[in-house]
Design a protein around this ligand. Sequence first.
Ligand code: UN1
Length: 496
Amino acid sequence: MADNIKNYINGKWVSGNGKGTFKSINPARRDNIIGVITKSSHKDVDRAVEAAKEAFKGWSLLPAPRRGEILFRAAELLIKEKKTLGQLVTREMGKVLPEGLGDVQEAIDMAYYMGGEGRRLSGETAPSELPNKDAKSIRVPIGVFALVTPWNFPIAIPAWKICPALIAGNTVVFKPSSETAVCATRFVEIFEAAGIPKGVLNLVHGSGQEVGEYLVTHPNIDAVSFTGSCPTGEYLEGLCGFLHRPISAEMGGKNAIIVMEDANLELAVHGAIWGGFGTSGQRCTAASRLVVHKAAYKKFIKIFQEAASRLRIGDGLRKTTDMGPVVNQSQFKKVLDYIEIGKKEGAKLIHGGKPYTDGECAKGFFIEPTIFIDVDQKMRIAQEEIFGPVVSVIKARNLDDAINIVNGTRYGLSSAIYTQDVNKSAIAEQALDTGIVYINASTIGAEIQLPFGGTKYTGIGPKEAGGRGGALDTYTKWKVIYRDFSGKLQRAQIDK
Ligand code: UN1
């Protein structure tokens, strides 16, 4: 039986007021409906924003350590529910179960980490230039946040946003991807059980066109955090620019692994398989390009292809599955279209390239792990984000050439280098223009205690995750306070 999924507004579960319903389906078995969701109307958004605005005063005045206690309780409940939630992630968006469980673990880590921030959230004190005067900066909440999240990390990314937003004292209207509405609903239920006061966290389901844009531009929204596709993110950046509204947006990537001639090739292949085909390539951080030194090129390709041919494709709930489906019909078509584009551009397809329809997989959106070699870095498959199990291998003459290739796209999320030479790794670390650089590890696997985000068109505004320099900068604004206890007029810069 499919679940009947509702909005959560002002502490109550209520059906959306929109016309009709939409379904969340299991991408491994299209006939398996995970949830039926009533569409929301603008009125639902109005109510949710109103509730969040109403709740802001009480929540922002609650001492941050008390807010943190709710996050700790949420973390504990997530631990209890980890298995069920992990399985739900797999059923609703297709990633294999160990990754589904990892998705939940990332939320647990974030809830604990941000819960601890409740006792830090620190600013600065600085000496005043005048006697009997002190000066400090403090972080204050911004107000009502619109949080718009994608389907590829249906528990982790909502946690990246909701936990810091709440610890900082903001209230929230959360609009998750329609593809993973059930995961989002279960996640909000955890916060309800953890004791979040009514109106502090609200959930509204619906599409970007029907609900998302209206929410982001709503007059009573104070700031926005978005993770998703580039076209949507860039469009929202424009709207927020006109509204003078802060937005933090995390969007695409065209991440690359450099493999040098001295690399441990077996290790590099493990990283390339995990980065390229983990989550069926549906990560912003996926290693969709492999930039391989000419001296290692042939050998690397051979072992990489052998490893790809060992990947077992299927329903992510099965223990024997290494790679699940892509999330839906439109993603399925988009990835297959890119494979055709790659062929037409003259890249050499050496592995995969087709839907995978063996046995029960015929019922889902499965695509073979696909490898193109001899890719020219100007080709579209080397420049555009595919978000599927398609990897382009590019030959590099030397380290400089490899670095230029990696930096030669509009994106800058993550990059990696495999080398045994400490100097080469140091040069790469310095020259790679990406928000995250990995040495002898794949392009994926960022930890929550450091900022996550990229350069160039990957994102705008402060980053996700982490504390200072990351999420705390997204979810707080600075206030500076000067206190003069001299009892007389003192003039800065003048009384010397
Ligand atoms: C994403 O790539 O879409 O770094 C998010 C990682 C995860 C988060 C990835 N912690 O791979």
